[in-house]
Ligand binder design. Structure first.
Ligand code: PEP
Length: 245
């Protein structure tokens, strides 16, 4: 088998009400036979406990979309990594570009959140990615590897974290880099973990759809996908998961 099992992750963003727990059965029905890969769903925080309970024993892991840097305290409205772990969820996304842009999260905050996730026993999915301007200036690899270096806590080993490479210009836009450009970035990211890069799972994210999933997931350097919009449709997400061969 492969050194790194592919991981297909759904990021529901701010979508989903209690009725949408029916997604789970529809997805499983569309999925068919089990293949050798990991499946993760990150629903909104309001659904996380119910979703995690419903996914227990059916081979779907769950995760949060963000966590606080602190584990408890006077932080009205925030949700800690320990609270996410307490639901039975195993992962948490940190540093998504929508948090970096919309909530002014910087690398230093992302690093603190990733550290809190590790402390709570969660696997942080650390998101990085360049803007279109940075790519067009030829700076994409330097920007992303610097961002990653500054967003990773000291304690982060290649086996305890997942990295999501999500070019900002590809998220929700229908545009994607070529699989070759994504692979080149993944190769550069792997070098940020000297000596253990072979263990690191790096997901590609940004406008992954059933139609293009195989182009990315068939690449040796690409260990999975982080899927936003297309993950809300259970049949479409099943097709993306089944693009792993
Ligand atoms: C994301 O939110 O992580 C993402 C990649 O979104 P989309 O698939 O909609 O581009």
């Amino acid at each position: 088998g492969a050194v790194r099992r592919k991981l297909i992750a759904a990021n529901w963003k701010m979508h989903g009400l209690s009725d949408d727990l029916s997604w789970i059965d529809a997805f499983r029905e569309a999925l068919g036979e089990a293949h050798d890969r990991d499946i993760l769903v990150c629903p909104p925080a309001t659904l996380l406990a119910a979703f995690t309970k419903a996914c227990r024993d059916v081979g779907i892991a769950t995760g949060g979309q963000d966590c606080a840097a602190a584990q408890e305290g006077a932080y009205t409205g925030d949700i800690s990594a320990r609270m996410i772990a307490d639901t039975g969820a195993r992962y948490v996304i940190v540093g998504h570009s929508e948090r970096r842009a919309g909530h002014d999260e910087r690398d230093v905050h992302v690093r603190a959140k990733a550290a809190a996730a590790l402390e709570a026993g969660l696997v942080p999915i650390v998101c990085v990615g360049e803007t279109l301007e940075q790519r067009e200036a030829g700076e994409a690899i330097a920007v992303v590897t610097n961002q990653l270096g500054a967003s990773l806590p000291e304690a982060a080993g290649a086996q305890g974290v997942v990295i999501a490479y999500e070019p900002v210009w590809a998220i929700g836009t229908g545009r994607t880099p070529s699989p070759e450009d994504a692979e080149a970035m993944h190769r550069a990211i792997r070098k940020v973990f000297p000596g253990e890069g072979a263990m690191l799972r790096i997901l590609y994210g940004g406008s992954v759809k059933p139609e293009n999933a195989g182009d990315f997931l068939s690449r040796a350097e690409i260990d999975g996908a982080l899927v936003g919009g297309a993950s809300l449709d259970p049949e479409g997400f099943a097709r993306i998961v089944n693009a792993v061969w």
